[in-house]
Ligand binder design. Structure first.
Ligand code: 8YV
Length: 328
């Protein structure tokens, strides 16, 4: 029997390709450069599955052009690269990679918060530039983490991980805002109190964004929201570019309307708004919140498990649109 055909849209671990090759005829992008949509379509024609890495857009145009496609397995928990409604309409299953990256990403959220509040990057650049000549009482004086108020917008699994780190590890008062309120037992476990978005922005010393990107969450934080924040506050975005209005944030940072920001994701990444590069009070990292070797391996494995699970055993592990399964 012919093996199903699977496309891997970007360079990935050799072990991932080896696992896929046991079950599928595999064509793989060997480079870190993403394909254009036309290139993606050309390679995807005739394939039953695709392994995506979170940035390949799968929409009606791609789906119309690739009628053999059955599953798109994203090696990412976020799946805003999928037009999930169009996939459902075309009978194509989408899967993502939840859970395996939760703790690693929460660790990074905290690392970015600490680097930002304690001005670690800024001070290291200063030292490397040979500018450290004397002690000064306010040299790189930042803001405290312990005992401060942590405001989390988006209280999914990663948000909950950050809440627990803040409350249990650093004695922070944790407040959160989410589309829906957590169950009381989960709130108690995270030691987090539900508040409105405006109250959160007004009272938090550190605001961490962990919401999924949807049309409704576009520019969750813009000039008006920043205006509500304390001038001493920090803002951390480990969610998606587009959740923050980067241009408005650059202005606010330049004018010191808030103290600092830590950003792992950007509008239009890998391009970064040049105005952000000009301000010193922002820590910028290239979308690495899930980037530890074990976690990236686990994410890749879960995407492979989904491809094998669906195309070989008819049982995907983490389906996003299970109605596709019922409708066949
Ligand atoms: C990924 C992410 O690194 O899982 C997500 O949603 O943003 C990151 O963990 C990225 O999408 C590449 O897979």
């Amino acid at each position: 029997m012919n093996k199903p055909k699977v496309l891997v849209a970007r360079s990935i671990f050799p072990e991932t390709i080896a696992r896929l090759s046991e079950h599928f005829e595999v064509e793989a992008n060997q480079s870190d450069e993403s394909w254009t949509k036309a290139q993606l379509i050309a390679r995807l024609k005739g394939k039953q599955g695709v392994f995506t890495t979170g940035s390949e857009r799968i929409d009606a145009e791609v789906l119309d052009a690739c009628p053999d496609l059955k599953i798109c397995a994203n090696m990412a928990v976020g799946y805003n690269n999928f037009d999930i409604d169009a996939m459902t309409a075309h009978g194509v299953l989408g899967t993502n990679a939840p859970d395996v990256l939760t703790e690693t990403t929460a660790d990074f959220g905290f690392a970015l918060l600490m680097a930002t509040a304690r001005r670690i990057s800024e001070s290291e650049h200063f030292l490397r530039a040979g500018k450290w000549e004397k002690w000064s009482y306010d040299m790189f004086a930042g803001s405290d983490i312990h005992g401060s108020t942590l405001g989390i917008i988006g209280m999914g699994r990663i948000g909950q991980g950050i809440a627990k780190r803040g409350a249990l590890g650093f004695g922070m008062k944790v407040i959160y805002h989410n589309r829906s309120r957590l169950e009381a037992s989960l709130e108690a476990e995270c030691k987090a109190a539900y508040v409105g978005k405006e109250e959160l922005l007004k009272t938090a010393d550190h605001v961490v964004l962990v919401v999924p990107y949807t049309p409704a969450s576009h520019h969750t934080i813009g000039a008006a929201e920043i205006a509500l924040m304390k001038p001493t506050a920090t803002l951390i975005n480990i969610a998606r570019g587009g959740i923050v209005d980067d241009a408005a944030l650059a202005v606010a940072l330049r004018e010191k309307r808030i103290a600092a920001a830590g950003l792992d994701v950007f509008e239009g990444e890998p391009k970064v708004n040049p105005e952000l590069l000009k301000v010193p009070n922002v820590v910028l990292t290239p979308h690495i919140a899930s980037a530890t070797v074990p976690t990236r391996r686990a994410m890749a494995d879960l995407a492979v498990d989904n491809l094998i699970g669906y195309l070989v055993h008819d049982k995907p592990v983490t389906p996003l649109n299970p109605s596709v399964l019922a409708a066949r």
